[in-house]
Design a protein around this ligand. Structure first.
Ligand SMILES: NC(=O)c1ccc[n+]([C@@H]2O[C@H](COP(=O)([O-])OP(=O)(O)OC[C@H]3O[C@@H](n4cnc5c(N)ncnc54)[C@H](OP(=O)(O)O)[C@@H]3O)[C@@H](O)[C@H]2O)c1
Length: 280
């Protein structure tokens, strides 16, 4: 396959949801796609699947080396593997917090470090880091998830500037809610049980979060956006994808007074700040 016909694409977290949809669409369009995941996908895929746990240095390097050995290059990486941790910040253990960051943030860093030497040497390459609107707005009871995506946003802004002189392009994709198994795969902070002071409001907020995810945009929309970004030149720092209402709401953060924006969010998720002198 010549470079003009198709590119060699590595999609992490391709056994499910957004990653799977991206891998399928890019394969259909003639690209050579390598998907990765820890567990094999439930059904056979058109694209090749490799084992990769993004929290393990060796596992990441082994999968990237396998692609380089077979194809001699990785043209595009879609850093998509991730999961959602939910729970009040106070009830989240440091171990749970570390695991969230290790996957959603350090996982991306590991993959970037594994592919960059060959991309730099060839003077080309594209890295699409899948962030979230939760990487623009800190959402209640998704504090560690938001932290992982905020961190990814900062890393990507810096990395972009460093590798541009070598011809390597990096961008962020921020989906709003997308209907995927992420809802059923959500990990809940173990410290938040019925004895927690946050329990009732957390449960109510989580019901809203899950309802919105189940009514989220179809995965195909995100896959088409990734395909479009692969053809776009020049590439901006970040792009959004998903329901217009959510994208618009996130964008108002930039110009609404911060407390007004926060009050909108809190009221949406059923939270109310205690007024001075008010009884608990
Ligand atoms: N769905 C949404 O509403 C939404 C919105 C904004 C952003 N996102 C982002 O989109 C990305 C994909 O989410 P999704 O909704 O498609 O979720 P999903 O259906 O649960 O898929 C997650 C994928 O990540 C893989 N994964 C998880 N932990 C991994 C690890 N340690 N190492 C390697 N692979 C791992 C999973 O495979 P294995 O478990 O087999 O490893 C799976 O293939 C995530 O980064 C998420 O934060 C999703």
């Amino acid at each position: 396959m010549s470079e003009a016909e198709g590119r060699v694409v590595l999609v992490t977290g391709a056994s499910s949801g957004i990653g799977r949809a991206c891998a399928e669409l890019l394969s259909e369009r003639g690209h050579t796609v390598y998907g990765t995941s820890r567990k094999p996908p439930p059904a056979p895929t058109r694209h090749r699947m490799l084992a990769m746990d993004v929290t393990e240095d060796d596992s990441v390097q082994k999968a990237v080396d396998a692609v380089l050995q077979e194809r001699g290059r990785v043209d595009v990486v879609v850093n998509n593997a991730g999961y959602a941790l939910a729970g009040p910040v106070e009830d989240t253990s440091l171990e749970e917090a570390r695991r969230q960051l290790d996957t959603n943030f350090f996982g991306v860093l590991r993959v970037c470090k594994a592919v960059l030497p060959s991309m730099r040497a060839r003077g080309s390459g594209l890295i699409v880091n899948v962030s979230s609107l939760g990487g623009v707005v800190g959402l209640p009871f998704q504090g560690l998830y938001s932290a992982s995506k905020f961190a990814l946003e900062g890393l990507t802004e810096s990395l972009r500037q460093e590798v541009a002189p070598f011809g390597v392009r990096v961008t962020l994709l921020q989906p709003g809610d997308v209907c995927t198994p992420i809802t059923d795969n959500r990990v809940r902070a173990r410290g938040c049980d019925s004895g927690s002071v946050y329990w009732n409001v957390f449960e109510a907020a989580l019901r809203i979060i899950e309802k919105e995810e189940r009514a989220g945009a179809p995965v195909e929309l995100v896959a088409r956006r990734v395909l479009e970004l692969m053809e776009r030149e020049p590439l901006a720092v970040r792009y959004t994808v998903g329901h217009v209402s959510q994208r618009l709401l996130a964008s108002t953060k930039a110009f609404l007074p911060s407390r007004v924006f926060e009050r909108i969010l809190m009221s949406y998720y059923g939270l109310e700040a205690r007024r001075p002198g008010q009884e608990a």
